[in-house]
Design a protein around this ligand. Structure first.
Ligand code: PLP
Length: 478
């Protein structure tokens, strides 16, 4: 089918391109995706995949690992496929396909900015992911900046500020309540050394799913003359928010957690510090002039996007942002909340299971639940959930070791692989009640009788002692 578009409808009014006119072959959307009651346009690629079970048989994949990486939206894949038909160099290419790709790449900043409620003058820099976004921001901090960060953060938000010349880091211990978090930040900022300050804070914890009091923290930061960087890696897929309403200066997101797993993320936010810094990467694309003696750099956003950019990634991220922004997000949050309550309450009813929280149920959560089973190795439980039940969860410390150690230590957990290892179930767009119930039933069975099969350690990970599941052949080189 060929359609002629005056303007692809996902390119926002604030995009920097001027009314493109081109034809694209619209991909024919297969009709077998999950149709979500609150998001009929948000079909998930591979939602009904069957996976093998150890010992034989297949079962529908119960993906309860959305918090790590989410599957692609069909509209994302279809848009990238349409782009790949015309993939070419961006920015300096004179060919028609280069014009198409440049227009798409630059236009992709608009939907991303709108998705996070950015101000019109906020920069949108495409990065690889949230980790990259915070490393970029750390690189751009003015000398003598004090960074205030809780030890509860994901390592991506906790560590990029460390060991940088002229940057002073204040690492705060885990607060017992949201109010204690606000007071701790107030005190840290009040007593900081003179100079600029940045509070780095998560929107929603990747370990407990708890939503942090960002508005209150941002208000305190503002009153103390500090800026705020929001880690929205987990919050963004689950809740709408706005940079402006929250009162934060910077937001970092990852495409692979936003149903756009094509290797791009973004740092969105106030331009001044970013515009003044030396390029994050040095090379082509970021340079304005290069002579024998002098190199001058381009302004934002090119300044921090040296090298050939990830055009499919940026377009994928923008497409996911546009699709999510157009969905009934309140309805999505409500149905996700119902699944999360079913998951949490089901697990809490299982003897021997501890569900871990920092604020003890005082705050709203996204669909992330971390738990341990007394006397069981979290890694073996995760392996058994996969091999025996077709359920995907994550085990370990979820790149938040200080927080996981603290939670498990505080709960006096007796898990067979020691404190510091837990199991995380996280729901997303393709999660069904059956997936949640299957997990709760499986955990009940493992908690009372242990895994049905025997597991051995290979390369540091437990696997069934008899592994008869075969990996599928996907790539021609396999
Ligand atoms: N912040 C949070 C809260 C996360 O959950 C994650 C990933 O799990 C990250 C940051 C890092 O994201 P990425 O691995 O995409 O850089």
């Amino acid at each position: 089918m060929t359609v002629v578009l005056d303007r692809p409808d996902w390119i926002s009014a604030t995009a920097t391109i001027r009314k493109p006119r081109w034809s694209v072959e619209a991909p024919v959307a297969p009709r077998h995706g999950v149709v979500h009651p609150h998001a009929p346009g948000l079909e998930i690629v591979g939602a009904h995949s069957l996976v093998p079970l150890a010992g034989g048989g297949q079962i529908e994949y119960a993906n309860l690992d959305h918090g790590a990486s989410a599957p692609a939206l069909r509209v994302v894949r279809d848009t990238v496929d349409a782009l790949l038909e015309r993939y070419a160099s961006v920015h300096r290419g004179a060919g028609w396909h280069s014009k198409v790709c440049t227009s798409l790449y630059e236009g992709a900043r608009g939907p991303v900015r709108e998705f996070v409620g950015g101000r019109t003058d906020d920069a949108v820099i495409f990065t690889k992911h949230t980790t990259d976004s915070f490393n970029l921001l750390a690189h751009c901090l003015p000398a003598r900046t004090t960074v205030v960060v809780f030890e509860t953060e994901h390592h991506a938000a906790l560590l990029p500020w460390e060991d940088r010349n002229g940057i002073n880091v204040i690492r705060l211990p885990a607060p017992a309540t949201p109010a204690a978090a606000v007071s701790a930040v107030d005190e840290a900022l009040r007593t900081r050394p003179a100079g600029p300050a940045l509070l780095v804070i998560t929107g929603a914890s990747n370990v407990t799913g708890e939503i942090w009091p960002v508005t209150a923290l941002a208000a305190i930061a503002r009153a103390r003359g500090a800026r705020v960087a929001l880690d929205a890696a987990q919050l963004a897929p689950h809740r709408p928010f706005s940079i402006e309403d929250l009162g934060v200066e910077y937001v970092a997101v990852s495409g692979h957690k936003l149903y756009a797993p094509y290797g791009a993320g973004a740092l969105i936010g106030r331009a001044d510090w970013l515009a003044q810094a030396r390029p994050y990467l040095v090379g082509g694309g970021a340079t304005a002039t290069v002579t024998e003696d002098v190199t001058t750099w381009k302004p934002l956003p090119d300044r921090h996007e040296a090298g050939s950019p990830n055009v499919p990634g940026a377009v994928a991220l923008a497409t996911a942002c546009h699709a999510l922004a157009g969905a009934d997000r309140a309805g999505l949050a409500a149905s996700e909340q119902a699944l999360t309550d079913r998951l949490r309450n089901g697990l809490l009813d299982v003897p021997g299971v501890t569900v871990h929280t920092l604020f003890g149920g005082q705050v709203e959560t996204i669909g992330v639940v971390t738990f341990t089973i007394a006397g069981q190795s979290s890694a073996v439980v995760a392996a058994a959930l996969s091999a025996e039940h077709g359920i995907a969860v994550r085990d370990g410390a979820f790149c938040a070791q200080p927080l996981v150690r603290r939670l498990l230590g505080a709960a006096g957990c007796d898990v067979a692989d020691g404190t510091g290892h837990a199991i995380r179930a996280s729901v997303g767009l393709a999660t069904t009640g059956e997936h949640v119930d299957r997990l709760v039933d499986a955990v009940e069975s493992i908690a009372s009788r242990g895994p049905r099969r025997r597991y051995v350690t290979v390369d540091g990970r437990p696997v069934p002692a008899v592994e008869d599941r075969e990996l599928p052949i996907i790539a021609p080189w396999q």
